[in-house]
Design a protein around this ligand. Sequence first.
Ligand code: GDG
Length: 462
Amino acid sequence: MKRLVVVSNRVAEPGCSHAAGGLAVCILDALRKRGGVWFGWNGEIVPDDAEIDVSRVKFDELTLATMPLTERDYRDYYLGFANAALWPVHHYRLDLARFTQEAIDGYRRVNDRFAEKLAPMLMSNDLVWVHDYHFIPLGAALRERGVANRIGFFLHIPFPPPDVLCAMPEHEWLMSALVEYDLVGFQTKTDQANFLRFMCDFMQGEMLTPDLVRVGGKTVTASVFPVGIDVDSFSAMAESPSAAERIQRLHRAGEPRINVIGVDRLDYTKGLPDRLRSFKRLLEIYPQNCKAVTLMQIAPPTREDVQAYADIRHELEALSGEINGQFGDFDWTPVRYLHRRVDRDTLAALYRGSQVGLVTPLRDGMNLVAKEYVVAQDAENPGVLVLSRFAGAAEELQEALIVNPYDADEVANAMQKAIVMPLGERKERHAALLARVRKHDSYNWMDGFLRALSACRLPLAA
Ligand code: GDG
């Protein structure tokens, strides 16, 4: 079997995946099974004049090869371009996007440096798998350095419609870099279609087959590989005796007869203020839920150095305070909002102890929380998933209650439907959802991508 080399911005050590985030979760699940090298940033920030070296740590079959970023790189590449330009544009939020020349230059510089360090580490047979928007031009930078290996790219976040994308300065440069990969993978058919439309309408691409496009003498395969989770290990966590004990404690803590759960990094794409407004509408339209239903929202901090993230935090705190002030009582807190990370076992227990899973992003590549919620349920008495139509997961998870997260009344009505749903219907929906989550688990995702990459025609050596 060929050696696998995975590249992503952040590398997480097995056992302490401190970065709460979907990408780390699914890469680690995948790499643990197969072994290989994981190359990326170690989370450290060093002075601008520091020497940058790659360090290596081995965990059984997995080698982590990491390096730090300089202060300037962190500011320009990570905060400036990746998180203040690419992230909002790809989530259709041009209003929040900030473009500066320093940021674009920093993005190029860091991609070049990663290519510079990675190229000599590669063996000619390695499969190289680059992840996400931080490294769109990495494949092209590797090709410039003579790397002729098969290189694949997977985009974890949405690919926006061409009209949105072309508002970004340098979009032509970025998109032409994607053509240097042999395979580009997306979460959904919508993302794939947006990409192919961009290639054909804006870059004179020509479709050779439904997923093979030729652009300026290069061909690239664009396919769909929905990300999944490690179903068996997550369901074991949710079914463990310690989870049962935690669930009992949750209910003993008193308040909720019915618990609605939300788990999201505190990111403006996740629709948290809209979610709280929907919960407020639930209490207004169906007042019988007062004192009976609690929304528990876990929202660990993320990217706090970007202004838009500080803003969303204030908005959320004000809203939860307002709802608790208006509706709460001595013996009932309607919204329990935790602005911190909880450990994964606790999360599994919280999902299982909650009758409604509320996953209502305004735009999301896939959303693993939706899948985790389904897997964590007791099949004999499962809870109900309320899912945004704008999460990639909605393309598969049709048996959830699918909602428009911008429409507070629609979400409130779906929550009410979930709360009163008869056991038979809950079981039926849950069984169908679980089958779909199993079909696209983390192993199938990795296997599907790597098979497709291996099947791509080798590029000509540079
Ligand atoms: C990106 C894309 C795509 C969250 N809070 C805590 C915690 N988490 C874990 C969840 C889940 C993961 O983080 C979040 O994954 P998502 O998929 O929901 O979202 P993003 O972080 O935005 O991930 C997304 C994903 O990449 C994979 O391709 O699905 O669309 O945006 O696993 O459980 N984990 C712990 N404590 C927390 O407080 N332990």
